[in-house]
Design a protein around this ligand. Structure first.
Ligand SMILES: Cc1cc2nc3c(=O)[nH]c(=O)nc-3n(C[C@H](O)[C@H](O)[C@H](O)COP(=O)(O)OP(=O)(O)OC[C@H]3O[C@@H](n4cnc5c(N)ncnc54)[C@H](O)[C@@H]3O)c2cc1C
Length: 479
């Protein structure tokens, strides 16, 4: 690299998704000159093809599912959703796939944007291929943060290139509802998109390889979601995978299943996991393998590269693939980069500002289905796998006055896990309409390490679903 055409900044951030934006915000606020690179739209997957559009599709579906069960309100919502209006709302919530607003925000925060595809070319060096074919060379005085995110992973199915399947991107941005939609995969994306498109008029078939939905969560979560999806008319099948799929004559998809069955549909969505966007970012130039997830320590520093200058933040490090968790990591990484730039010692204790420990102990996540699933911390199977001695307390949320006020046919369950030695909550799962908003209370209980005895003095209001906390404590006392 010759010096004359190299631009130097304190920090170079590759990828302007929610995570890259937040790293850049923190380093800029700390007085470090920062450039952020983006090859598509500023705002990343979350704004245009993931969180925002998917939740805009789901909100009307979930609200209607609640409303049809509320006496007096049911006649007002007996008609199906207005699909055109929902899709138009979704388009607005995705900013019509334009990033002007987010570009303005970068400007207002003092962050320099460079459009183009970034690749590492050596220690603290990045080359950017700009949309007009130029190459801009960058050098970072202190840090390069890789925030390139993840993309949908497709299974190695023969002929998949010609199949033109939906991935999460098409499922979140489609401009009309397919008449028949096959969804492969029973994780969060699969069940959320099944819920949305079934409510928008598609006939959904959801195929799960395992014997339940949402296999990483408490089993009762998948069971309750399965019940409601089936009641809504979706065909949910377990223990089955796709062994072949092709587009036939008139554009239909013919799907062959492992149990010998066949399904014909208009679209097929593979919601079969994520892959890192790291195959073409120059990892080989710094001794790493293209296409790998980037492993980091709790300071978000890439462990396999010496010198504490390379960071991987957000989906690409695979620690906890949520926007909120990536933004938390971004706050940590920003603080670490600024501290190292100033020569300060890192404070790396538990829950310290330079340590991304929430990734390991308290990751909150909501699945926006009917019923909602909200979880944070350990599940029973994780506690067993990691040898943690826990007490498990369950409560049927539908017994609460607040739940019956919310929706008279309320079905739901709560579970907390209490660490036997420390007597603090280490895991919580709530399943039921409206439980997403309960999750922060559980996250605070876990991260603040509130003793179970002390929780008796956190009085939940009557009649709300948050009374589930009191019932869980009473159930434990009486058992
Ligand atoms: C359907 C779906 C729904 C979801 N819903 C939720 C939800 O409700 N809540 C939640 O918390 N999470 C949700 N997620 C997860 C969430 O979208 C991700 O965790 C989040 O987007 C990760 O942010 P990121 O910045 O790490 O990556 P991304 O959002 O993927 O952003 C990475 C950015 O880097 C850019 N980039 C990549 N390579 C380069 C390069 N070489 N040069 C320049 N730019 C580059 C990309 O163009 C992109 O803009 C959902 C995911 C999916 C698929």
């Amino acid at each position: 690299m010759t010096t004359e055409n190299i631009r130097t900044y304190d920090v170079v951030v590759i990828g302007a998704g929610p995570v890259g934006e937040n790293v850049a915000d923190r380093t800029t606020a700390a007085g470090l000159s920062t450039v952020i690179l983006e090859s598509e739209l500023v705002g990343g997957e979350c704004s245009y093809w993931a969180c925002e559009p998917s939740k805009a599709l789901l909100r009307p579906a979930l609200l209607r599912a609640d409303a049809v069960h509320v006496p007096g309100l049911d006649p007002a919502v007996k008609n199906p959703l207005d699909v055109e209006a929902v899709l138009a709302h979704r388009n607005r919530m995705s900013a019509d796939w334009k990033d002007d607003g987010q570009v303005e925000w970068l400007k207002s925060a003092g962050i320099e944007l460079l459009r183009g595809h970034g690749r590492l070319t050596g220690e603290r060096e990045v080359a950017v291929e700009t949309p007009d074919g130029d190459t801009v060379r960058l050098r970072a005085r202190h840090a390069v943060a890789v925030c390139t995110g993840s993309r949908a992973a497709l299974p190695p199915l023969p002929g998949i290139e010609d199949l033109r399947p939906w991935t999460s991107r098409e499922a979140a941005s489609a401009q009309q509802a397919p008449e028949r939609l096959v969804i492969v995969g029973a994780g969060v994306v699969g069940v959320e998109m099944a819920t949305a498109w079934q409510a928008l008029g598609s006939r959904v078939t959801l195929l799960a390889r395992a014997d339940g939905l949402l296999p990483r969560l408490e089993p009762f979560a998948g069971e309750l979601v399965t019940e409601r999806l089936r009641e809504a008319g979706a065909d949910v099948r377990f223990g089955v995978s796709v062994v072949g799929a092709e587009r036939v004559g008139d554009g239909e998809v013919r799907v062959t299943l492992s149990d010998g069955g066949e399904i014909t549909a208009d679209e097929i969505l593979f919601a079969t996991g994520r892959a890192p966007r790291s195959e073409d970012i120059g990892l080989d130039a710094v001794g790493l393998t293209p296409g790998d997830w980037l492993a980091t320590d709790d300071s978000l520093t890439v462990t396999a590269v010496a010198g504490n200058w390379l960071y991987a933040v957000g989906d690409v490090n695979r620690r906890a693939q949520f926007t909120h968790q990536g933004k938390y990591q971004a706050r940590v990484a920003g603080a670490v980069i600024a501290a190292r730039a100033k020569g300060d010692q890192l404070d790396t204790g538990r829950w310290a500002p330079h340590s991304s420990t929430a990734d390991l102990e308290a990751v909150p996540g909501v699945v926006f289905t009917d019923p909602e699933v909200a979880s944070v911390g350990l599940t029973v199977s994780e506690a067993e796998r990691t040898g943690r001695a826990v007490e498990v307390v369950d409560y049927e949320i539908g017994h609460l006055a607040g739940a019956l006020q919310y929706r008279p046919d309320y079905r739901g369950r709560a579970r907390i896990l209490i660490d036997r030695d420390r007597q603090v909550v280490v895991g919580a799962t709530f399943v039921g309409p409206g439980v997403g908003e309960l999750l922060y209370s559980a996250t605070v209980a876990i991260t603040a390490e509130v003793s179970v005895e002390r929780l008796w003095h956190a009085v939940p209001a009557f009649p709300t679903i948050s009374e589930v906390w009191l019932r869980l404590l009473e159930t434990r006392r009486d058992s």
